[in-house]
Design a protein around this ligand. Structure first.
Ligand SMILES: Nc1ncnc2c1ncn2[C@@H]1O[C@H](COP(=O)(O)OP(=O)(O)OP(=O)(O)O)[C@@H](O)[C@H]1O
Ligand SMILES: CC(C)(CO)[C@@H](O)C(=O)[O-]
Ligand code: BAL
Length: 281
């Protein structure tokens, strides 16, 4: 696997492959890779012969006081995992390459970026949209893959790509979970074994709430029970447990015709965890 860190080299390499007629798939990541990322690479391989992964811990999507400095960085192990998964090229720019001196542009997506994560982490989706637009311009992939674990991020990126007439097809990949249902996440590494065991209450609470809503329990009551379950399990701060339109992220107080999604974010130990689940009749 080739590792490229500067833009002229990336453009030259990908330009040659594009001329040769190869389709290109992009898997953007922040590194500290796990089986969830491998699933994205595997799906990318099914869709294009040339798979590019990026690793960039994007400072612009972290608010002051968040975990930018301690976010796990382990490029050597990541590169090995990517190579074994069949990734051909790792794009690993430095912060100066991504944001050279004088950089002054920020991309704001409205609509689905405003509630939930947008409210809990002001500026976060501006950072995500800015870097994802840059990555799509740098790599110019035919297809780019993102995990459903970050459901709202995926909705924001779909909106960005549609609104700015970008050519890449955006593909969402289902959440990879451990054997007890916890969504894999790089930030799970912040948890002690006891906290990890307690964190499994998150998917359980969402599953229980989805089941109750489908059986006709009022949404508000089902969400309140889910919050109580999380508190009992030791989650210290529950940012939201909410039923939303799956595409627009508008709040729902009942199931309707359009796809609905339960989304949650809550803190346990030193990690703030996200999860989500379809609620379908
Ligand atoms: N368990 C998972 N299943 C499917 N996709 C995932 C999973 N975890 C992460 N991804 C996806 O991998 C891509 C890169 O994510 P990232 O590098 O931030 O990892 P992460 O595990 O989500 O980290 P974090 O703990 O910071 O949220 C994103 O599109 C993300 O949605
Ligand atoms: C999409 C992304 C790579 C942008 O930095 C990041 O938000 C992530 O890893 O989900
Ligand atoms: N995968 C989500 C990226 C973030 O929390 O910044």
């Amino acid at each position: 696997m080739q590792i490229i860190r500067d833009l002229p080299a990336l453009r030259a390499t990908l330009g040659e492959r594009r001329l040769a007629g190869d389709r290109i798939a992009l898997v953007p990541t922040m590194g500290a890779l796990h089986a969830g990322h491998v699933a994205l690479i595997e799906e990318a391989r099914r869709r294009a012969p040339l798979v590019v992964a990026s690793i960039f811990v994007n400072p612009r999507q972290f608010a002051p006081g968040e975990d930018l400095d301690r976010y796990p960085r382990r490029e050597r192990a990541d590169a090995q995992m990517l190579e074994e998964a069949g990734c051909a090229l790792l794009w690993a720019p430095s912060a100066d390459t991504m944001y050279p001196q004088g950089f002054a542009t920020s991309v704001t997506v409205g609509g689905p970026s405003e509630p939930l994560e947008g409210a809990a982490r002001p500026g976060h989706f501006d950072g995500v949209a800015t870097v994802v637009l840059k990555l799509l311009n740098q790599v110019q992939p035919d297809v780019a893959l993102f995990g459903e674990k970050d459901w709202q991020q995926l909705a924001v990126i779909r909106r960005l790509v549609a609104d700015l007439d970008l050519a890449a097809e955006i593909v969402g990949v289902p959440i990879v979970r451990d054997d007890q249902g916890l969504a894999l996440s790089s930030r799970n590494a912040y948890l002690t074994p006891e906290e990890l065991a307690a964190a499994r209450a998150l998917p359980r609470a969402l599953g229980e709430a989805a089941g109750a809503i489908l059986k006709g329990q009022p949404v508000e009551a089902a969400l309140a029970t889910a919050c109580a379950r999380l508190s009992e399990a030791g989650f210290s701060a529950i940012d939201y447990v909410s039923l939303r339109d799956a595409e627009t992220l508008a709040p729902l107080d009942a199931l309707g015709e359009r796809p609905a999604r339960l989304l949650a974010a809550a803190k346990i130990g030193a990690a703030r965890l996200l999860d989500n689940l379809a609620v379908a009749r």
